[in-house]
Design a protein. Structure first.
Length: 271
């Protein structure tokens, strides 16, 4: 009991010093940070606050737990591992093409919340807006296996709708994917033997003609020819249906396209 006060004071000092060093001091140090002025009148300061669809996309990103598998921090050239010739080496995120420099506190000036992330089950997304197009982002979000057969990322097909094509004209926003990915959204579809036989019986000549225009003649009556036709037909788009992104999918992709951290040079970003 004699040491109760000593223990209390010791614990108070321990937690207080931690709070001062990890919370209060960084707050004082970074609280006055401002965007970097534009180099010319045609440019805008960096960073810029998000707005419109991109701002709405932050919530979609957060609600779907993207930060649990993806980080948003480009690390120093002294950290990070990468594979070369089957050997893991110590290298940098910059070598992977995830940014042209390490990220710093100024990069997150307008992020609410700041989603640095700690896991890298998937690649870092701090600079993903410079690496891929909107078309790629939509197809990858809808079903990553449509682009990368080895991907373990879950499909977010629920953010997209399978709609009937009206008037024979597809929407400009419709995803350009083969029917193997769009007939059963979220999964890779393949017809049963009986269903494929019925399709060949009804549409075989038209499919064979389209195949021949790209790959040469094929024997529709042989098992090998039918298998080749099936592989080709599955990669063509559906005629009667289309996959269209929802407002949430558009917002998410708009946000991803605005992730361009570690692109603008900053003095404190130098190694």
């Amino acid at each position: 009991m004699d040491r109760g006060l000593v223990i209390f004071v010791g614990a108070l000092l321990t937690f207080s010093s931690s709070w001062l060093g990890l919370v209060l001091f960084p707050f004082w140090q970074l609280n006055d940070e401002q965007p970097v002025a534009a180099a010319s009148a045609a440019d805008e300061p960096y960073p810029r606050p998000l707005g419109g669809q991109a701002l709405a996309g932050v919530r979609v990103y957060e609600q779907n737990g993207c930060m649990y598998c993806h980080s948003q921090q480009v690390r120093s050239e002294k950290f990070g591992n990468w594979w070369e010739g089957g050997v893991m080496r110590t290298g940098a995120d910059i070598r992977r093409g995830w940014g042209t420099r390490r990220t710093v506190s100024r990069d997150y000036l307008f992020d609410r919340p700041t989603m640095l992330g700690t896991m890298r089950t998937g690649p870092d997304l701090a600079n993903v807006g410079t690496r891929y197009s909107e078309t790629w982002q939509h197809a990858h979000t809808f079903n990553p296996r449509a682009l990368n057969g080895w991907s373990i990322m879950p499909s977010f097909a629920f953010l997209y709708g399978r709609e009937k094509v009206l008037g024979g004209q597809k929407s400009d926003r419709a995803l350009k994917l083969g029917r193997e990915w769009t007939v059963d959204p979220g999964y890779r579809w393949r017809p049963s033997a009986a269903a494929w036989a019925a399709i060949v019986a009804g549409r075989g000549p038209a499919i064979a003609e389209a195949f021949a225009a790209q790959h040469g003649p094929v024997d529709v009556d042989s098992p090998e020819g039918r298998e080749r036709l099936l592989a080709f037909w599955l990669t063509t788009e559906e005629d009667e249906y289309q996959i269209v992104p929802s407002a949430e999918a558009d917002a998410l992709v708009a946000y991803l396209m605005q992730l361009r951290k570690a692109e603008t040079p900053l003095p404190e970003g130098k190694e």
